[in-house]
Ligand binder design. Structure first.
Ligand SMILES: Nc1ncnc2c1ncn2[C@@H]1O[C@H](COP(=O)(O)OP(=O)(O)O)[C@@H](O)[C@H]1O
Ligand SMILES: [Mg+2]
Length: 242
């Protein structure tokens, strides 16, 4: 395995597998191979339990792959590279309450840059810019646990974007959002240039935001191609539990 892919490849996954200890031995991911080019926005779809969250966990270094090889933005995903990997691959969890842990919005979004050694002034500037990009500059001094679901999700996204990750991983970003909050988040995501992999059940999100769709079933890739083509085959989708 060479260390970096051809220019522009942000993800190179070859034969990836993953398993949870305590599970009956069936792997949660099996023989996953794909590449993502810089700037691609990919919808990761599949029924509940298909392995979407697990794949995002592996791509962001939250859980180690059991086998296969994975290179993210030129960084081989190995134990010794995890700190570097987490800076380049940012995962926004499905539930913002799993992510936001500092009392105020400003403190929470500052945590990543401070943790990676940025000074107070630089951090303040990056936080201000990130909140502005997401249209939530006015939330800066608010207590995170007083925010609405939609606001929390934007704050959780801010906490990741402030690190300027090359790869943005989003787990069910529209879950629990009302129509206005969904529209706002979709517009925000459409305006970002990052490479994105978005686990979602939402075919509208896939169609409007993503050029490509990877369909998982029981931990395997069953389809990978243009969103319209993957979603056009109703019989196949039904077979794979969608
Ligand atoms: N912490 C865990 N421990 C054991 N099994 C898990 C754990 N998390 C997920 N799984 C199992 O791994 C498989 C894939 O789950 P997941 O990646 O969460 O699917 P999805 O996000 O597509 O709904 C499922 O069979 C699920 O039950
Ligand atoms: Mg999931």
């Amino acid at each position: 395995m060479t260390e970096s892919g051809p220019a522009g490849d942000i993800v190179r996954a070859e034969g990836l597998s993953a398993a949870y200890s305590g599970r009956d031995g069936t792997p949660a991911l099996l023989d996953i191979s794909f590449r993502a080019a810089a700037g691609e926005k990919i919808a990761l779809m599949g029924a509940n339990g298909a392995g979407k969250s697990t794949l995002l966990f592996v791509l962001s270094g939250v859980i180690p792959p059991l086998g296969g090889s994975l290179v993210v933005n030129g960084i081989p995903v190995l134990k010794e590279n995890l700190r570097e990997l987490r800076k380049t691959a940012g995962l926004v969890f499905q539930n913002p309450d799993d992510q936001i842990f500092m009392p105020t919005v400003e403190d929470d979004v500052s945590f990543g840059p401070r943790n990676y050694g940025a000074g107070v002034e630089e951090t303040g500037e990056r936080v201000r810019k990130t909140l502005e990009t997401l249209g939530i500059g006015d939330l800066s001094k608010r207590l995170a646990h007083h925010l609405s679901g939609g606001e929390k999700r934007l704050v959780a996204l801010a906490g990741i974007l402030v690190m300027e990750p090359a790869l943005l991983l989003l787990d069910e970003p529209l879950a629990f959002l009302d129509t206005a909050a969904r529209r706002r988040l979709l517009a925000v995501l459409a305006g970002l240039s990052q490479t994105m992999i978005i686990a979602t059940h939402d075919t509208d999100l896939a169609r409007t935001l993503c050029g490509r769709c990877i369909l998982l079933q029981k931990g395997r890739v069953r389809a990978d191609g243009p969103v319209d083509e993957v979603l056009a085959d109703g019989a196949r989708l039904e077979k794979w539990g969608l």
